[in-house]
Design a protein around this ligand. Structure first.
Ligand SMILES: NC(=O)c1ccc[n+]([C@@H]2O[C@H](COP(=O)([O-])OP(=O)(O)OC[C@H]3O[C@@H](n4cnc5c(N)ncnc54)[C@H](OP(=O)(O)O)[C@@H]3O)[C@@H](O)[C@H]2O)c1
Length: 504
């Protein structure tokens, strides 16, 4: 059963950002053409870009303004007139990222564009480049005074991955801080830009009915699944050095976990929310390194079928070492040692080449304490489940028991099902739209503060080091592509008398 949901707006804080120039490094790349430019264009279409703005792409590939615009045009859809207006604000500068001449060209170019588009010196630099380039680009920008905030703002968006372990993340951070203040650094995790992810805080803290039951008295367990059906695709070069735990757990999964578990912040303010995230990460019980396999299992996809089509194993993918010990799947049981969550297991799993592309958070409540129904023991009365769907179909589903109509006492499980597209009549905007807009506003709520990033790395670095130092003997289970991962993942949760909630 689906219950109709109505929507009545009563609060909206969207307003207009200040004039700004957006300078994208790595403008010839995948992220720029698939996400960044379409997102900026959508903001433009929705009237959310400032009246005065320009976009300047920077990369090594040879483009003129004209040829770059032709490439940008291919990534945009919508009204042709609007596309033309947008392209007239789009420019390109070519150069080597380590060459001083690129930055002096840029300084000159930016000055000219600032005059032309009256952007008042405000700048956002987007690092859509491989991670090894973040620092040299920022240092060069700093040397030429382009990161100075005198009478204007200058912000830098840093893509993931931010470091490869605690030491490298600290090192990168320390060096970035020689040029930038923390309030200029926007560490992006695009999961935080997703509507349903943002909705978790509204759901928890703008309703009074959930918070009283949001604790170990009422919640039995929480599952977080981020599953992809695609394989490693063209990212083998990166993935072979990263692996799934770095790619998904250290950032996206931890951010999801934090939003479900933080204490109510004193206000909806970036620093207050980040403070709560630091507290929750510090409360996560460290994984026992001498018994890691009981808490954290890893797998790698073998051959199998996705949508009825045969697919190759990870080690047969182009660019992957045939003896690779890199994990493409992980499942773990997290415990949070604080008053609210003591004793509640958080089962988290993520993987590539799984049965279905789905990201969801499943909150299972405790069973009723006693059954008043003859012949129906407590164990046969299903738990209430709250499911937060993040993708592909954004929404929230609550299941509960009700009497089946008729003269007999029959019970059914019903669901109240809120689907974002049904209620609002439109798909939620691309995560990058929200994040780019927030950066224009100077709002860091949905970005990762340095100490939050550090606390997360502290959890995973000892595990990663152990697996890497014991590469040849560490447990890595091969699973068939198109399944829900290795049997060890099922065993991890089964030994607690529970099972994974697998999306249909
Ligand atoms: N694509 C995504 O969906 C996605 C998602 C999350 C995070 N990210 C992160 O966003 C950043 C950009 O991603 P992307 O997928 O757009 O990367 P990409 O296409 O591999 O690279 C972006 C641009 O950087 C330049 N570049 C690539 N390799 C280089 C090298 N070895 N030395 C110097 N320049 C190089 C290239 O431009 P030129 O050769 O023209 O200079 C390329 O067009 C990365 O840090 C990635 O981890 C991407």
């Amino acid at each position: 059963m689906s219950v109709p949901v109505t929507c009545k707006d009563f609060f909206c804080t969207e307003s207009h950002p200040q004039p700004v120039g957006i300078i994208i490094f790595g403008a010839s790349g995948d992220l720029t053409s698939r996400k960044l430019l379409p997102s900026l264009f959508n903001l433009f279409l929705r009237g959310l870009m400032p009246d005065d703005f320009y976009i300047l792409g920077v990369a090594r590939t040879e483009f003129t303004d004209e040829t770059f615009r032709e490439k940008v045009k291919e990534s945009l859809t919508g009204d042709n007139g609007k596309i033309q207006d947008f392209l007239e604000r789009t420019f390109y500068t070519q150069g080597e990222y380590d060459s001083i001449s690129l930055y002096s060209d840029l300084k000159w170019r930016i000055k000219d564009l600032e005059k032309r588009f009256t952007t008042k010196g405000n700048k956002i630099f987007y690092m859509a480049v491989p991670p090894s380039l973040y620092l040299p680009i920022v240092e060069n920008l700093g040397d030429l005074g382009l990161t100075s905030q005198e009478n204007a703002f200058s912000r830098v968006i840093i893509e993931k991955p931010f470091g490869f372990d605690l030491d490298s993340a600290n090192e990168l951070d320390k060096k970035l801080h020689m040029t930038l203040k923390e309030d200029q650094i926007y560490r992006i995790d695009h999961y935080l830009g997703k509507e349903t992810v943002q909705n978790i805080l509204i759901f928890r803290f703008a309703n009074s009915i959930f918070e009283p039951v949001w604790n170990n008295r009422y919640i039995d367990n929480v599952q977080i699944t981020v599953a992809e059906d695609i394989g490693v695709e063209h990212r083998a070069g990166y993935y072979e050095h990263a692996g799934l735990v770095r790619d998904m757990f250290q950032n996206h999964m931890m951010q999801l976990l934090s939003l479900v578990t933080i204490e109510p912040p004193s206000t909806f303010d970036a620093d207050e929310i980040h403070n709560e995230k630091v507290k929750i990460f510090r409360s996560i019980r460290p994984f026992p390194l001498d018994d890691l396999d009981s808490w954290f299992v890893r797998g790698q996809y073998g051959r199998g079928k996705i949508d009825g089509k045969e697919v190759v194993s990870y080690v047969e993918e182009p660019g992957v070492n045939p003896n690779s010990k890199v994990e493409t799947f992980a499942a773990a049981k997290f415990m949070i040692d604080n008053w609210r969550w003591s004793g509640v297991p958080f089962y988290m799993r993520s993987g590539k080449r799984l049965q279905k592309r789905v990201s969801e958070i499943i909150i299972t409540f405790k069973r009723v304490p006693h059954s008043i129904f003859p012949q129906l023991p407590v164990k046969n009365i299903p738990s209430n489940i709250l499911k937060i769907n993040i993708q592909p179909e954004e929404g929230i589903v609550l299941s509960f028991q009700a009497k089946h109509p008729g003269p007999k006492l029959c019970m059914s499980t019903l669901t109240m099902d809120f689907k974002y597209t049904e209620v609002f009549g439109t798909r939620p905007p691309e995560a990058y739209e929200r994040l780019l807009l927030d950066c224009m506003f100077g709002d860091q709520t949905l970005f990762i503060r340095d100490d939050v990033m550090r606390e997360s790395w502290k959890i995973f670095t000892p595990l990663i080091k152990k697996w890497e130092s014991e590469k040849d003997i560490s447990k890595l289970d091969i699973y068939e592509a198109g399944t829900w991962g290795p049997a060890s993942s099922d065993e991890l949760i089964k030994k607690d008398g529970r099972e994974w909630y697998n999306a249909l």
